[in-house]
Design a binder for this molecule. Structure first.
Ligand code: 5GP
Ligand code: MN
Length: 344
């Protein structure tokens, strides 16, 4: 964020304000960790802050500090959410780059918003809706950016144990437990500081990763059974139909991370999962890659989505079968890129 902008924002926040903080739809660990951290920070500073999430977040994040008291769900608690938005002095948009990422309904409400937006995000090509923009695509997570934001405010000292716990969770989940390329020595220094401030790393890992239900593991088993490999294109993909989701009692968040199993195959650089979503009448797509093959670009080109170079998402209005046919028909155009996607 530019210095002048930061000063302006700082002076705006020097008196008590009503603040709303918004993560993207289907919020993940980074979205919830970063919004809840910032929310608690502002409340501790004498503001009145709430997180307004477009919809429900996965069960494995419901233990996060503040998640029972600070979160309003736009879809389920619509009146309360709209009231919070309308009576707010400023809105922070965290972990997404374009308004439509909150879903059509909530986007409509936000489009009518009269006051200013602040955007803190690490996705590529951010929209221009925010008066105050802190965008950096090189940073592994929005949670790490919230830490840097507090550094800019000269207030890292105000990070409590609860805030540290939320930030740690965001960084951990968005870096695949500190393994992706975006994890830097600075990330580790910050994580070290968060542990010093009280984040219990072993507990956080176990809360997030050892929270499987039996049916979730069975759903994973089905997903792995459906896994297809296209060695010519160094590509692997997984499908899950609505019937399969029902059979294994699917709950939000159950498919999180499943696409990574496809990417974990040796000699695979491009992985995808296609999940039928009856409610939204779409096929939700998650794409992952290794090396230089940009799934952000691929998704923008063909699946109405985006994200990062190595992790992106998108959607298709075709049936599951047609979507797969379309996807596989695209691959010959990328054969060279996929064969040569360099992996350090
Ligand atoms: P996931 O596959 O885990 O849902 O998302 C991977 C990354 O791509 C995340 O950073 C997410 O924000 C982004 N992403 C997922 N779906 C979409 C989408 O439909 N549009 C855009 N622009 N980004 C997406
Ligand atoms: Mn993120």
């Amino acid at each position: 964020m530019e210095k002048g902008q930061l000063q302006q924002l700082q002076s705006f926040l020097s008196t008590s304000k009503n603040i709303v903080i918004v993560p993207h739809r289907n919020p993940d660990g980074d979205a919830m960790g970063s919004t809840l951290a910032l929310c608690q920070y502002f409340n501790n500073k004498g503001h009145s802050a709430k997180v307004v999430a477009p919809n429900e977040y996965p069960e494995f994040l419901r233990w996060l500090p503040g998640s029972d008291s600070d979160v309003i769900l736009f879809d389920k608690q619509n009146k309360q959410a709209k009231r919070a938005i309308e009576s707010s002095d400023i809105i922070f948009l965290l972990d997404f780059n374009a308004l439509h990422r909150v879903g059509d309904d909530m986007a409509k409400t936000l489009e009518l918003y009269k006051n200013d937006f602040v955007m803190i995000d690490h996705h590529q090509q951010p929209d221009t809706i925010a008066k105050y923009l802190y965008s950096d695509t090189s940073i592994c997570s929005t949670a790490q950016m919230v830490y840097h934001f507090l550094e800019m405010l000269n207030d890292v000292k105000s990070i409590t144990k609860d805030i540290a716990t939320c930030l740690y969770t965001g960084i951990m989940t968005d870096t695949g437990s500190f393994r992706f390329r975006s994890t830097t020595s600075e990330t580790h220094r910050i994580v070290g500081d968060l542990i010093d401030k009280g984040a219990q790393n072993d507990k956080i890992h176990s809360n997030v990763y050892d929270a499987n239900s039996y049916s979730r593991l069975q759903l994973l088993g089905q997903a792995l059974t459906n896994l297809k490999i296209l060695p010519e294109y160094k590509t692997a993909f997984i499908t899950l139909s609505e019937a399969e989701k029902k059979k294994y009692n699917y709950k939000k968040g159950d498919t999180e991370g499943v696409v990574n199993y496809a990417l974990s195959l040796n000699d695979i650089v491009f992985a995808a999962i296609f999940i039928e979503d009856e409610e939204q009448e779409i096929i939700k797509i998650s794409l992952r890659s290794k090396g230089d093959f940009s799934v952000n670009q691929f998704s923008r080109n063909h699946f109405n989505g985006g994200g990062h170079d190595n992790a992106a998402g998108g959607k298709s209005d075709l049936s599951l079968k047609e979507t797969i046919a379309y996807f596989t028909s695209l691959l010959p155009n990328y054969k060279n890129d996929l064969q040569n996607s360099y992996e350090a």
